[in-house]
Every structure is written in C-alpha cells, then in structure tokens.
Design a protein around this ligand. Sequence first.
Ligand code: GTR
Length: 386
Amino acid sequence: MIWTDASVPISKFVRFRGLYELRNRWTLAFLISLLAWRFRSSLRDPAARYGELLNRHASGTSGCRQWHAAAVALAAVLIAPAANAREFRAADIQDENYPTVQALRIMDQLVTRRTEKRHSIRVFHSRQLGEESQTVEQTRVGAIDINRINVSAIGDAAPILDVLALPFLFRSADHLYKVIDGPIGTEILGALEPYGFVGLAFYDSGARSIYTARRPVRTVDDLRGQRIRVQQSVQMSKMIRSLGGVPLTLPYGQIGTALTANLIDGAENNWPSFVTSGHFKEAPFYAMTEHTMGPEIVIMSRRAWDELTDEDRTIFRAAARESSRYMREQWLSWEQRSRAQAVSAGVTVVDKIDRKAFEAATAPLRNAMLKDSKFAPLIKRIEAER
Ligand code: GTR
C-alpha cells in the first residue's frame, strides 16, 4: 500500500490544535486593536492625554505601564512560536532507502504538517551521525534529538530493552506485535526516562539469523570457535558465547571490511540488513536460526522532549506511532525481496535448523534475567501473552 498523507487520520488533537491557533489569533487581533486604540486616542488630543496620564500616574495606574504590558504581551505572542520552532535531528544508521529511514521521513511529514511547520525532523541516515554506540550517547546528552536504533544496541544503556532482545522470547511475529503494540509495549516505552531517553514507538526488525563466510551453520556445534560479529551489547556477546562461538563487537559499518579481511567468520542480522549492507556477497551462508526478534525503537533525548509543549509531545508520539504502521506495511515485502535477492546471488539458505537446540543453549540468558526481580515479572507477562 502506498502511504499518502491523506490516509493519516486526523486525530482529535489536530482539531484541538486548530482551536488553539484560532484562540492565539484572536488574542493577537485583540492586542493589536488595543494598541491601535491607545495610539489613536493619544494622537487625537495630546493635551488631554497628557492630563490623563498625570492623573493615572497619581492614582498608580500609569498608562505607560499599560502600554508596556500590552507591548510585552504582543511580543510574547509574536515571538514565542518562532523561538520554539525547531528542526530536530534524527539518526538512523541504515541506508537512505531502508524502511526505518523512510518511516522517519513519514514521521517528519506528520510532525511538520501538524505543527504547521513550527517543527520538522531532519533525518541523518547511513551513519552520518556516527555508529549506534555513539548515537546512543549523543542522544543521552541531547546532541541528537531522535534516534532509531535496535533494542540490542541500546540494551547496555537501558537494560529493560534487553528483555525484548532475549533469545527465543517471541514465538512469532504476531506474538511480538501483541506485546509491542499493547500495554506492555507502552509500559516499556514509558520506562526509559530514568535512563535519559523518551520512548516514542517501536519499528519492526523481523528475526535475526546467523550468516557465515566459509562454512554453513546447521547445528549448534557448527558455531564452535567461529568468530561472530555482534552489536555493542553484553547480552548479544553472551548469546554467541552460549552457542560456542567467539563474539566480536564491531560497528555495523565495519562488518563488510572485517568479513573481507577475514577478521570475523560471520555475523547475524535480518534479511533486509544482510542484503542492503552487501554482507551477502562476503558471507554466502544464511542459517535461519531466528534467535532473536528484538525490534527497533524510536527514542527522543530528554533534552529535546523537555523543550516540547504537552501538545507537541502528543504530536511527536502520534507521528512516531503512525510512522511505525507505515513501516510494518513495508516490512514483510522487504524481507521477501531481500531473501529472493540473496538467493538469486547464490546465497545458501539453511532453513532446516533444530531451533530447539539453539534455544536450549541460550536458555541460561533468560534464566539469569529471571533472577532479577526488576525484569522477571515483565518476562513472564510477555511469555504469557497469547
Ligand atoms: C540492524 C538494525 C541496526 C543495527 C544493525 C546492527 O538490523 O536495524 O539498527 O543495530 O542491525 O547489527 O548493528
């Protein structure tokens, strides 16, 4: 389906915003007529005005003060929107046409339209603002306003997100959607403030699988000793170790070179990342381990959030959520197309995998997290979701 602006439902707050603007315009009109009236009456009869001013001064209600107050109020009305108006910087390490980047652009369109161009979002893709480990930090300190990032890549900074990236937590895409679209998802988004972020929405990321350069992975044993690149994430490193592999933390942008230079034997990712990054050319064995379905998340820096009015916050949140619907419409066909492209380029897909064996080997990660009283109830609620 093609996403058009027209297909975005006009929500109540847009109508409310219209009223608010109208009210502002009436205030402005009132203040201007007040000033005009004062100006005209002083022109009409300067002597009488002078006498009136003296009287008012004596009675403590100076006309000058009224003039001043009116002028200040007018300036406030005129200047306030301009001072708030702002271009927000959004980071996404994926390429220009990747669905997450397109979704951020949709978010920009919605924000721009609904704030009547007071705010907009400039999307920096392809690691223009750095790799994810850097953009997380920059978002925390407020140098980046919005960040689209994978939950694993921010899990060290906001451990609650590691729950969503636990191996074999989700039984299916539907299970994942139920969780992230429902109250649990809203709760997790709302729980990021203590870590310095504001969660706006989740985007799809499909399932991640392991791909290798020299020998295919069919069983857990096949991973023994293979050097597998992982995101900057303690949990992902532990996961590869639990499977007998050797985890190597590398930025996304360096995987291609590391594969070519034989510094790593493989990596793990979803179909669209495997293909758009070109890794399929260096690592032609894709094993459908589907070990995690950790989604992408759109976060905002606390600093940028604090600058927004309540009304604008509602606009940003709704825009992020609506852009995620767009993203989901794209995702399935992106997965299918990417897989087809890889296969036609000669990639071997290992889809007969004993996933139970992978699940058993990685179970200690889940069990360790279950011992943490902060996360145990959340994990159990996610698992119980039907
Ligand atoms: C992708 C994800 C990126 C990044 C990357 C990686 O699936 O969209 O945000 O985390 O994986 O493996 O570094």
